[in-house]
Design a protein around this ligand. Structure first.
Ligand SMILES: CC(C)(COP(=O)(O)OP(=O)(O)OC[C@H]1O[C@@H](n2cnc3c(N)ncnc32)[C@H](O)[C@@H]1OP(=O)(O)O)[C@@H](O)C(=O)NCCC(=O)NCCS
Length: 191
């Protein structure tokens, strides 16, 4: 289980202690707009999610982190490195490439926290997991998420089918990531 730290955030692998904070974020229809069509997540669904994520960490050594704001110690978001799935199934497809994902509490949008967390998660994927490439996918209408991908220097590869959906897909290889990180050494770093 790998803890990461950036200038403003601590990335903690999900535990039961994150239940209330995660459910508060995941029950906001605005946060869930492009994830569940706006349907709020129930407390029980968040509990099941945390269990699944804890199992995943134990099995493969990567999954979802809770983003804890250092200044307030509040849970302000979540981010992941995980295997993409070809179909809309809960079973992870370890044959699929790695992707990064992110979400923030609505009152923390517009501060650069997603890109800051993503830089630390990408460092972890390329260095600790030895990834050759990283993908990121979003609903084609989710421009805020696509902008995070662009800010990370990821290249758009178009619409691809993942999780049983047509998703806008971006990609970056290890060399491209290293070059981006050398240009921006101080913006979010994994300790
Ligand atoms: C996707 C999501 C995480 C993006 O959040 P965000 O706040 O726009 O992204 P960042 O944290 O990288 O912040 C970037 C914004 O902060 C601004 N900003 C302020 N300070 C900044 C800083 N120090 N560094 C970088 N950007 C900064 C940027 O200008 C940018 O604003 P702009 O888009 O108006 O130009 C957020 O919209 C969200 O949680 N959506 C709901 C969940 C979701 O859809 N997740 C993605 C699923 S694929």
């Amino acid at each position: 289980m790998t803890l990461l730290t950036t200038n403003r955030l601590r990335l903690e692998p999900f535990t039961e202690g994150h239940l209330a904070g995660l459910n508060e974020m995941n029950s906001d229809p605005e946060v869930m707009r492009y994830l569940s069509g706006g349907r709020p997540e129930t407390l029980e669904e968040t509990r099941v999610l945390i269990e699944r994520v804890m199992k995943r960490w134990a099995e493969v050594g990567y999954s979802w982190w809770a983003l804890i704001e250092l200044e307030t110690e509040e849970l302000v978001g979540a981010g992941a490195v995980q295997n993409l799935r070809r179909e809309a199934t809960l079973v992870p497809d370890l044959a699929c490439p790695l992707e990064m994902g992110w979400r923030l509490r609505r009152d923390r949008w517009g501060q650069g926290l997603a890109v800051e967390a993503a830089r630390a998660m990408g460092d972890f994927a390329f260095k600790d997991l030895n990834a050759q490439e990283l993908l990121a996918v979003c609903d084609p209408a989710n421009t805020a998420s696509a902008n995070v991908m662009k800010r990370l220097g990821m290249q758009e590869v178009g619409i691809e089918r993942w999780y049983g959906k047509d998703l806008l897909t971006h990609r970056i290889e290890a060399d491209g990531w290293t070059a981006m990180r050398q240009r921006r050494p101080n913006e979010g770093h994994a300790l």
